[in-house]
Design a protein around this ligand. Structure first.
Ligand code: PAF
Length: 264
């Protein structure tokens, strides 16, 4: 496994792979790797001859400096994780390498002012800015994203459609812990109590959904969602949205539940 920190060296290896006709799968990450990332890596390995993963904590997508500083970092574990999963290249660039002075930020123009975009202003501009740069550097055949960050996935789908016609996006279902919560790097920051509260909340959510008729429309479903969430104090959004276009039309059967709650 190679750990490469600069674009010049990366290009040398990628060119050698491409000259041999190898297909390249790419998994972008911010580190603190877990089995959710593992499932993306595995799928890439099944589909391609070589798999590259990037580890870059992108400050531009954090709306709060403290949140950026507190983001989990565990390099040694990440290297072991990649070794165990037979990754071919880890690309771990510095901020200077990714953002040379002349590099211009990219603006996201899709799925704006809803869900995370409403509550984390500028977040998705940061995401599309770093991904535009990384996609242009790596020029892989395929790129792998989890469905866990579903709004991000839909935005990336559009970014690729608009700007990277040769890149194929592969979406992978969310990996959950035995207790049913989605694996996430940020969960590493939860205390035992916060984790068990979250697991109980998740069970109540599943129970709530199981009692809903999948044929009701999203207006009715969201009235029930509003009623359900009333007793929980700290949340940004808790709503059903259509899976294909993230709008509030259609039946519950075509929707996903999106929510952001705070740890207390
Ligand atoms: O989902 C993430 O980890 C990040 O948003 C990504 C896609 C690696 C861009 O920094």
């Amino acid at each position: 496994m190679l750990i490469i920190k600069d674009i010049y060296n990366l290009n040398t290896y990628l060119k050698a792979f491409k000259d041999k006709g190898y297909s390249i799968g790419y998994v972008p990450t911010m580190g603190a790797l877990h089995e959710g990332h593992g499932s993306l890596i595995e799928k890439s390995q099944n589909d391609n001859q070589k798999t590259i993963i990037s580890i870059f904590i992108n400050e531009k997508q954090f709306d709060d400096t403290q949140d950026f500083e507190a983001y989990p970092r565990n390099k040694g574990d990440d290297y072991n994780f990649c070794e165990k999963h037979n990754v071919d290249i880890i690309f771990e660039p510095s901020a200077e390498e990714i953002y040379p002075k002349e590099y211009k930020s990219v603006q996201n123009s899709h799925f704006q002012n809803i869900l995370c975009d409403e509550y984390r202003p500028g977040h998705f501009n940061g995401v599309v800015t770093v991904l535009s740069r990384l996609f242009s550097i790596i020029e892989s055949d395929k790129v792998y994203f989890g469905e866990k960050d579903f709004q991000q996935l839909k935005i990336v789908e559009n970014l690729i459609k608009d700007n990277f016609p040769n890149l194929k996006l592969v979406a992978i279902p969310t990996v959950r812990s035995n207790e049913g919560i989605a694996l996430s790097s940020r969960n590493k920051k939860l205390s035992k109590k916060q984790k068990s509260d979250f697991i109980s909340f998740q069970k109540e959510v599943i129970q709530f959904i199981s009692h809903l008729d999948k044929k009701i429309d999203l207006i009715e479903a969201n009235k029930k969602a509003e009623e359900f969430i009333k007793s929980y104090k700290k949340f940004d959004y808790f709503e059903f949205r259509n899976s294909s276009n993230l709008n509030l039309e259609g039946s519950l059967g075509e929707a996903r539940l999106f929510y952001a709650i705070y740890k207390s």
